[in-house]
Write a protein that binds this ligand. Structure first.
Ligand SMILES: [Zn+2]
Length: 321
């Protein structure tokens, strides 16, 4: 029997790396994971990867013909294949991600920013199937975004297009880890919601169970549960997140006129708490010609291995081209 063609998708995260073998139809044939060892030298990551890769080859054997590897990773430049100044990895200022993975696996390696990879995955395997214009916004520890324009990932002149997390949402607002003030991710990420709770508890007398807690003690999931149970401050923190996100998505609609905007990441687990204010404030800020025409949807892949599938999609796309 002829071996089945497949690619490997790698989702490189700050704590764990997930690695999956994916066929052309998006079926996950095997999934493995290993610690990313972000606080140790990059070579340790490559050792873990090598072990996992050997394990995959041993398990799937001659049934599979591996063609390429797609990688979604933070702070990655798709032109150079390098991670640039990754704040959550102690791997140096410039990390040769693509060449490192290639040296271990002897396969062609294609890397891209994790949010861009999520956008590809949504278009090819998720709710964006058949769409040619869509945006994916990741609402996790930070905020990321990937733009599909005319069926293609929009990467921009320097390979850095789509940093929605660091557009200005509040003039002279909260200091961001990037050094700017008032970035969207300071309000509309899991971290942003936690910060809002902390600030509202300090500056208002709204009733809340989070009063007196430090930022570290405020857990994103607990804030969502408290909001659903009626906690005033928790509700207001989601309202702020959704309002600012909705306003910025109205700008996105004016620039790109997408068919749909997909939300994914940890904050999305809060469901309507984030979805409703985002939709409301986006519509309120749209020019009339756009009203009720761009859908805001929760990603189809949010509970699946969306990041691994997206990385695999990147591999397939590069082979096909
Ligand atoms: Zn920023």
């Amino acid at each position: 029997m002829k071996p089945l063609d497949a690619v490997i998708g790698i989702d490189l995260g700050g704590t764990f790396t997930k690695i999956g073998v994916v066929d052309k139809q998006g079926n996950m044939l095997m999934l493995d994971r290993f610690p990313s060892r972000a606080d140790e030298p990059f070579e340790y990551f490559l050792e873990e990867l090598q072990q996992s890769f050997q394990n995959i080859k041993k398990t799937l054997g001659e049934h599979i013909n591996l063609l390429a590897i797609g990688v979604g990773a933070p702070d990655t430049n798709c032109f150079t294949g390098e991670m640039e100044n990754p704040p959550n990895f102690k791997w140096g200022e410039v990390v040769p991600l693509a060449t490192g993975i290639q040296s271990v696996t002897k396969l062609p390696v294609f890397v891209n920013n994790d949010a861009n990879v999520a956008a590809l995955g949504e278009m090819i395997y998720g709710g964006g199937k058949g769409m040619k214009h869509l945006v994916v916004v990741t609402l996790g520890t930070g905020v990321g975004s990937g733009f599909i324009v005319d069926g293609k990932l929009h990467i921009g002149h320097h390979g850095m297009a789509g940093e929605l997390g660091h557009v200005n949402a509040v003039r002279n607002g909260r200091l961001c880890r990037c050094g700017l003030y008032g970035c969207l991710e300071q309000y509309s990420s899991v971290t942003g919601v936690r910060k809002s709770v902390r600030i509202l508890a300090q500056e208002t007398d709204m009733p809340s169970r989070f009063r007196g807690l430090s930022l570290e003690e405020i857990n994103g999931e607990e804030v969502a549960n408290a909001a659903l149970a009626g906690d005033e401050i928790a509700k207001e923190a989601f309202e702020i997140a959704g309002k600012l996100l909705g306003e910025k998505l109205a700008d996105v609609v004016a620039f790109f006129n997408p068919e749909a905007i997909f939300l994914t990441g940890g904050l999305v687990k809060a469901g309507k708490l984030i979805l409703e204010p985002t939709q409301k404030h986006m519509e309120q800020n749209l020019l009339h010609i756009y009203h009720d025409r761009t859908k805001i949807l929760i990603s189809d892949l949010v509970d699946q291995e969306g990041a691994v599938l997206g990385a695999a999609a990147l591999g397939w796309e590069n082979i096909d081209n």
